[in-house]
Design a protein around this ligand. Structure first.
Ligand code: TA6
Length: 312
């Protein structure tokens, strides 16, 4: 199934620019001044700014922008696997591939019926991909920027194969925070989780909200469709709404791991937290011709708004 038809409005301030490697990036900018930028390298959202021009996604100052591999920051897609098993690269190949703009019209950013700006990207497997993962698919990513500055990512995976296949998926989202020690994640209380720091052993979250005081790497299972990331120092909250994405990954590498990562500054772990809408525990299985959709919306609100029932 294709995305609904859209109207191309040439007056909208959108642009196609090239990065230092000559790869196209699509910029969406709404009339209020909020913007989002997505690279065809990886279908990677590399920037999301509010109408004051503040960057809302973390990107490391040491991110390797010369490499064709995913940069450390923004929002990238893990597909068709989460983690590192079998012949595929860690978290699958989608984030390391060159995507195209979906040429089924419009070929440039456009507006949907709700006034959201969007661009559609497409990934099909290369011959090389098929050697390691022999399943023909189409992965479509719609990146939308609302009039309110909300960022929405809608992915569709279609089975173009003669046989069923299964996959995992995550929107690996680096949120920019003032100081990780001042951050709380709400909405995952009492959830079961797999702890990646304990060989994926299963535990149940006991505490109140999640807070951070050391390395953190968990997959919360069958979680509610809304999670809030409160940044006390900035007095603002990221509200993450999701659909088709039952699991939530929460990750902060903390100091020791950051120091071991070539593309991360030693102290930069303080300014980020990854909260990923994902499908991990029970991979999606698609029969021939079937399609799956996973939708993630992130909005930023003053923290005082959060108790007003945006989520819970
Ligand atoms: O749980 C998130 C995670 O799998 C972490 O273990 C960490 O490795 C992170 O993703 C980033 O992975 P990357 O391959 O981008 O270094």
């Amino acid at each position: 199934m294709k995305h609904p038809a859209a109207v191309w409005d040439p007056r909208i301030a959108t642009a196609k620019v090239k990065d230092s490697n000559g790869v196209d990036q699509i910029v969406l900018r709404n009339p209020q001044g909020a913007s989002a930028k997505v690279s065809l390298q990886g279908g990677h959202v590399i920037s999301w700014r509010n109408n004051r021009g503040e960057e809302l996604l973390f990107t490391s100052s040491k991110a390797n922008v010369k490499s064709p591999r995913a940069i450390r920051g923004g929002i990238c897609i893990f597909f068709p696997q989460f983690g590192n098993c079998g012949p595929l690269e860690q978290h699958g190949f989608a984030r390391n591939k060159l995507w195209t703009v979906d040429e089924d019209p419009p070929s440039l950013p456009a507006k949907d019926s709700n006034g959201k700006l969007f661009v559609d990207l497409l990934l099909r497997p290369s011959e090389e991909d098929l050697k390691f993962w022999p399943h023909s698919f189409e992965l479509r990513l719609r990146v939308c920027l609302g009039t309110d500055g909300n960022l929405t990512l809608i992915s569709r995976v279609r089975n173009m194969n003669g046989k069923p296949f299964s996959f995992s998926f995550a929107y690996h989202s680096y949120l920019s925070v003032s100081d990780i020690s001042e951050v709380r994640v709400e909405g995952l209380e009492t959830m079961d989780y797999l702890d990646n720091l304990c060989q994926r052993e299963r535990f149940t979250e006991q505490g109140d909200a999640i807070t951070f005081e050391s390395e953190f790497d968990r997959v919360y299972l069958s979680s509610p469709n809304c999670v809030a990331v409160l940044d006390h120092q900035r007095k603002r909250t990221f509200v993450i709404r999701k659909d088709g994405l039952p699991d939530v990954v929460v990750w902060n590498p903390w100091e020791k791991k950051s120091k071991a990562m070539a593309d991360m500054g030693d102290e930069e772990y303080k300014q980020m937290v990854c909260v990923d809408g994902a499908v991990i525990e029970r991979p999606v299985t698609l029969k021939p011709g079937e399609e799956w959709t996973g939708r993630l919306e992130i909005l930023l609100v003053p923290s005082s708004f959060c108790s007003g029932g945006l989520c819970f």
